[in-house]
Write a protein that binds this ligand. Structure first.
Ligand SMILES: Nc1ncnc2c1ncn2[C@@H]1O[C@H](COP(=O)(O)OP(=O)(O)OP(=O)(O)O)[C@@H](O)[C@H]1O
Ligand SMILES: [Mg+2]
Length: 229
Protein backbone atom coordinates (compact mmCIF):
# COMPACT_ATOMS: atom_id res chain seq x y z
CA UNK A 1 0.00 0.00 0.00
CA UNK A 2 2.68 2.48 1.10
CA UNK A 3 6.38 2.19 0.41
CA UNK A 4 8.79 4.69 1.93
CA UNK A 5 12.27 4.66 0.44
CA UNK A 6 15.27 6.20 2.16
CA UNK A 7 13.18 8.86 3.91
CA UNK A 8 15.16 11.65 5.56
CA UNK A 9 13.76 14.54 7.53
CA UNK A 10 15.87 17.48 8.59
CA UNK A 11 14.30 20.23 10.68
CA UNK A 12 16.45 23.23 9.86
CA UNK A 13 16.09 25.96 12.46
CA UNK A 14 19.09 27.92 11.27
CA UNK A 15 21.75 27.31 13.90
CA UNK A 16 20.03 24.21 15.18
CA UNK A 17 19.42 21.36 12.79
CA UNK A 18 17.58 18.21 13.83
CA UNK A 19 18.06 15.09 11.76
CA UNK A 20 14.74 13.53 12.83
CA UNK A 21 14.66 10.67 10.28
CA UNK A 22 17.83 9.19 8.83
CA UNK A 23 17.02 6.97 5.89
CA UNK A 24 13.85 5.07 6.74
CA UNK A 25 12.84 2.20 4.42
CA UNK A 26 9.41 0.87 5.23
CA UNK A 27 6.50 -0.90 3.55
CA UNK A 28 2.97 -0.86 4.95
CA UNK A 29 0.79 -3.58 3.42
CA UNK A 30 -2.96 -3.42 2.97
CA UNK A 31 -4.61 -4.94 6.05
CA UNK A 32 -1.58 -4.36 8.29
CA UNK A 33 -2.01 -3.48 11.93
CA UNK A 34 1.29 -1.89 12.91
CA UNK A 35 2.42 -0.40 16.20
CA UNK A 36 5.30 2.05 16.13
CA UNK A 37 7.33 2.29 19.31
CA UNK A 38 10.51 4.01 20.45
CA UNK A 39 11.84 6.59 22.89
CA UNK A 40 10.57 10.15 23.07
CA UNK A 41 12.17 12.25 20.34
CA UNK A 42 13.12 9.23 18.20
CA UNK A 43 11.09 10.43 15.20
CA UNK A 44 7.78 8.53 15.48
CA UNK A 45 5.48 11.52 15.03
CA UNK A 46 7.68 12.86 12.26
CA UNK A 47 7.34 9.51 10.49
CA UNK A 48 3.54 9.52 11.00
CA UNK A 49 3.26 13.03 9.58
CA UNK A 50 5.22 12.00 6.52
CA UNK A 51 3.27 8.77 6.11
CA UNK A 52 0.02 10.74 6.36
CA UNK A 53 1.36 13.35 3.91
CA UNK A 54 0.84 16.06 6.49
CA UNK A 55 4.51 16.84 5.98
CA UNK A 56 7.06 16.16 3.24
CA UNK A 57 10.44 14.47 3.69
CA UNK A 58 13.66 16.38 3.04
CA UNK A 59 14.64 13.54 0.73
CA UNK A 60 13.42 10.08 -0.18
CA UNK A 61 10.54 8.59 -2.07
CA UNK A 62 6.89 7.96 -1.16
CA UNK A 63 5.01 5.35 -3.21
CA UNK A 64 1.26 4.94 -2.76
CA UNK A 65 0.11 1.74 -4.49
CA UNK A 66 3.33 1.83 -6.58
CA UNK A 67 2.56 5.36 -7.68
CA UNK A 68 5.22 7.92 -6.79
CA UNK A 69 3.48 10.80 -5.05
CA UNK A 70 6.65 12.42 -3.67
CA UNK A 71 6.46 15.50 -5.83
CA UNK A 72 2.74 15.93 -6.42
CA UNK A 73 1.38 19.45 -5.82
CA UNK A 74 -0.16 20.19 -2.40
CA UNK A 75 -3.72 20.22 -3.73
CA UNK A 76 -3.36 16.69 -5.08
CA UNK A 77 -1.81 15.53 -1.82
CA UNK A 78 -4.66 17.06 0.19
CA UNK A 79 -7.17 15.22 -1.99
CA UNK A 80 -5.36 11.90 -1.48
CA UNK A 81 -5.14 12.54 2.26
CA UNK A 82 -8.82 13.32 2.64
CA UNK A 83 -9.93 10.39 0.51
CA UNK A 84 -7.66 7.62 1.80
CA UNK A 85 -6.41 8.52 5.30
CA UNK A 86 -8.03 9.04 8.69
CA UNK A 87 -6.09 10.64 11.55
CA UNK A 88 -6.34 10.25 15.30
CA UNK A 89 -4.06 12.31 17.57
CA UNK A 90 -3.18 12.16 21.24
CA UNK A 91 -4.84 15.50 21.93
CA UNK A 92 -8.10 14.71 20.04
CA UNK A 93 -7.81 17.89 17.89
CA UNK A 94 -11.54 18.52 17.69
CA UNK A 95 -12.86 21.95 16.74
CA UNK A 96 -13.95 23.42 20.10
CA UNK A 97 -16.80 25.53 18.72
CA UNK A 98 -18.36 22.64 16.78
CA UNK A 99 -20.63 19.96 18.19
CA UNK A 100 -19.70 16.27 18.02
CA UNK A 101 -21.98 15.92 15.01
CA UNK A 102 -20.49 18.95 13.21
CA UNK A 103 -16.95 17.75 13.90
CA UNK A 104 -17.69 14.41 12.25
CA UNK A 105 -19.51 16.09 9.35
CA UNK A 106 -16.52 18.29 8.53
CA UNK A 107 -14.34 15.92 6.44
CA UNK A 108 -17.43 14.85 4.52
CA UNK A 109 -17.89 18.49 3.55
CA UNK A 110 -14.35 18.62 2.15
CA UNK A 111 -15.23 15.53 0.11
CA UNK A 112 -18.26 17.31 -1.39
CA UNK A 113 -21.02 15.24 0.24
CA UNK A 114 -24.41 16.99 0.48
CA UNK A 115 -25.62 18.37 3.82
CA UNK A 116 -28.30 15.79 4.51
CA UNK A 117 -26.02 12.88 3.59
CA UNK A 118 -23.27 14.36 5.75
CA UNK A 119 -25.62 14.52 8.67
CA UNK A 120 -26.91 10.97 8.21
CA UNK A 121 -23.43 9.54 7.86
CA UNK A 122 -22.09 11.46 10.88
CA UNK A 123 -25.01 10.25 13.03
CA UNK A 124 -24.37 6.68 11.94
CA UNK A 125 -20.64 6.97 12.79
CA UNK A 126 -21.26 8.51 16.20
CA UNK A 127 -23.73 5.74 16.99
CA UNK A 128 -21.09 3.19 15.95
CA UNK A 129 -18.62 4.55 18.51
CA UNK A 130 -21.33 4.60 21.19
CA UNK A 131 -22.03 8.33 21.15
CA UNK A 132 -25.54 8.40 19.72
CA UNK A 133 -26.61 10.33 22.84
CA UNK A 134 -23.89 13.00 22.61
CA UNK A 135 -24.33 14.38 19.08
CA UNK A 136 -25.02 17.98 20.12
CA UNK A 137 -22.31 18.15 22.79
CA UNK A 138 -19.37 20.49 22.37
CA UNK A 139 -15.92 18.93 22.99
CA UNK A 140 -15.61 20.75 26.36
CA UNK A 141 -18.80 19.03 27.51
CA UNK A 142 -17.39 15.56 26.86
CA UNK A 143 -14.95 13.33 28.71
CA UNK A 144 -11.55 12.58 27.18
CA UNK A 145 -12.66 9.11 26.10
CA UNK A 146 -15.79 10.53 24.48
CA UNK A 147 -13.81 13.22 22.68
CA UNK A 148 -11.42 10.62 21.34
CA UNK A 149 -14.34 8.52 20.11
CA UNK A 150 -15.65 11.59 18.26
CA UNK A 151 -12.18 11.90 16.75
CA UNK A 152 -12.33 8.24 15.71
CA UNK A 153 -15.75 8.77 14.11
CA UNK A 154 -14.37 11.79 12.28
CA UNK A 155 -11.35 9.79 11.09
CA UNK A 156 -13.74 7.20 9.65
CA UNK A 157 -16.01 9.67 7.87
CA UNK A 158 -14.63 9.14 4.37
CA UNK A 159 -14.11 5.38 4.69
CA UNK A 160 -10.31 5.59 4.88
CA UNK A 161 -8.06 2.76 3.70
CA UNK A 162 -5.53 3.73 6.35
CA UNK A 163 -5.90 4.97 9.92
CA UNK A 164 -2.91 6.86 11.28
CA UNK A 165 -3.06 7.15 15.05
CA UNK A 166 -0.36 8.96 17.04
CA UNK A 167 -0.62 7.89 20.69
CA UNK A 168 -4.43 7.73 20.47
CA UNK A 169 -4.75 6.61 24.09
CA UNK A 170 -1.93 8.78 25.48
CA UNK A 171 -4.30 11.19 27.25
CA UNK A 172 -6.81 8.59 28.43
CA UNK A 173 -7.13 6.46 31.55
CA UNK A 174 -6.44 2.81 30.75
CA UNK A 175 -10.09 1.62 30.63
CA UNK A 176 -10.97 4.37 28.13
CA UNK A 177 -7.79 3.56 26.24
CA UNK A 178 -9.02 -0.01 25.90
CA UNK A 179 -12.23 1.21 24.25
CA UNK A 180 -10.22 3.04 21.59
CA UNK A 181 -7.97 0.01 21.05
CA UNK A 182 -11.01 -2.23 20.66
CA UNK A 183 -12.45 0.10 18.01
CA UNK A 184 -9.13 0.16 16.11
CA UNK A 185 -8.93 -3.63 16.23
CA UNK A 186 -12.47 -4.04 14.96
CA UNK A 187 -11.69 -1.71 12.08
CA UNK A 188 -8.59 -3.69 11.22
CA UNK A 189 -10.66 -6.89 11.25
CA UNK A 190 -12.91 -5.22 8.68
CA UNK A 191 -9.88 -4.64 6.46
CA UNK A 192 -8.83 -1.10 7.37
CA UNK A 193 -5.05 -0.72 7.63
CA UNK A 194 -3.98 0.70 11.00
CA UNK A 195 -0.66 2.30 11.93
CA UNK A 196 -0.46 3.43 15.53
CA UNK A 197 2.23 5.02 17.69
CA UNK A 198 2.14 3.89 21.29
CA UNK A 199 4.32 4.00 24.39
CA UNK A 200 2.32 1.18 25.93
CA UNK A 201 4.07 -2.21 25.35
CA UNK A 202 0.87 -4.16 25.96
CA UNK A 203 -0.93 -2.17 23.25
CA UNK A 204 2.10 -2.51 21.02
CA UNK A 205 1.99 -6.30 21.26
CA UNK A 206 -1.71 -6.36 20.35
CA UNK A 207 -0.82 -5.12 16.88
CA UNK A 208 0.13 -7.70 14.26
CA UNK A 209 3.49 -6.07 13.67
CA UNK A 210 5.73 -3.80 15.74
CA UNK A 211 8.29 -1.35 14.41
CA UNK A 212 10.86 0.18 16.70
CA UNK A 213 12.36 3.56 15.88
CA UNK A 214 15.52 4.72 17.61
CA UNK A 215 17.23 8.03 16.93
CA UNK A 216 15.63 8.44 13.50
CA UNK A 217 16.50 4.92 12.38
CA UNK A 218 14.38 1.82 11.96
CA UNK A 219 15.71 -0.37 14.74
CA UNK A 220 13.47 -3.45 14.34
CA UNK A 221 10.39 -4.61 12.44
CA UNK A 222 8.78 -7.79 13.77
CA UNK A 223 5.55 -9.74 13.59
CA UNK A 224 3.82 -10.33 16.93
CA UNK A 225 2.86 -13.95 17.45
CA UNK A 226 -0.18 -12.98 19.55
CA UNK A 227 -1.08 -9.80 17.69
CA UNK A 228 -4.42 -9.01 16.08
CA UNK A 229 -6.49 -11.34 18.29
N1 LIG B 1 8.68 21.11 13.80
C1 LIG B 1 9.87 20.77 14.31
N2 LIG B 1 10.92 21.60 14.22
C2 LIG B 1 12.12 21.25 14.72
N3 LIG B 1 12.39 20.07 15.33
C3 LIG B 1 11.38 19.21 15.44
C4 LIG B 1 10.06 19.49 14.93
N4 LIG B 1 9.25 18.45 15.20
C5 LIG B 1 10.03 17.54 15.83
N5 LIG B 1 11.30 17.99 15.97
C6 LIG B 1 12.44 17.25 16.58
O1 LIG B 1 12.60 16.03 15.85
C7 LIG B 1 12.86 14.94 16.72
C8 LIG B 1 11.78 13.87 16.53
O2 LIG B 1 10.54 14.39 17.00
P1 LIG B 1 9.19 13.53 16.98
O3 LIG B 1 8.10 14.44 17.39
O4 LIG B 1 9.07 12.86 15.67
O5 LIG B 1 9.50 12.45 18.14
P2 LIG B 1 8.56 11.32 18.75
O6 LIG B 1 9.27 10.02 18.55
O7 LIG B 1 7.20 11.42 18.21
O8 LIG B 1 8.58 11.68 20.31
P3 LIG B 1 7.41 11.51 21.41
O9 LIG B 1 7.40 10.07 21.81
O10 LIG B 1 7.90 12.39 22.53
O11 LIG B 1 6.13 11.99 20.83
C9 LIG B 1 12.91 15.53 18.13
O12 LIG B 1 14.26 15.72 18.45
C10 LIG B 1 12.18 16.84 18.00
O13 LIG B 1 12.71 17.79 18.93
MG1 LIG C 1 5.33 11.92 19.05
Amino acid sequence: MITLKNINKLYDLGEVKVNALKGIDLTINRGDYVSIMGPSGSGKSTLMHIMGILDTPTSGQYLLEDYDITSLPDRELARIRNKHFGFIFQSFNLFPELSALENVMLPLGYAGVTYSKRKDRAKELLAEVGLGHRMQHLPTMMSGGEQQRVAVARALANDPDLIIADEPTGNLPSDKGHEIMDILEKLNNKGVTVVMVTHNPEQGMRAKRTINIKDGLLHSDELNSKGGV
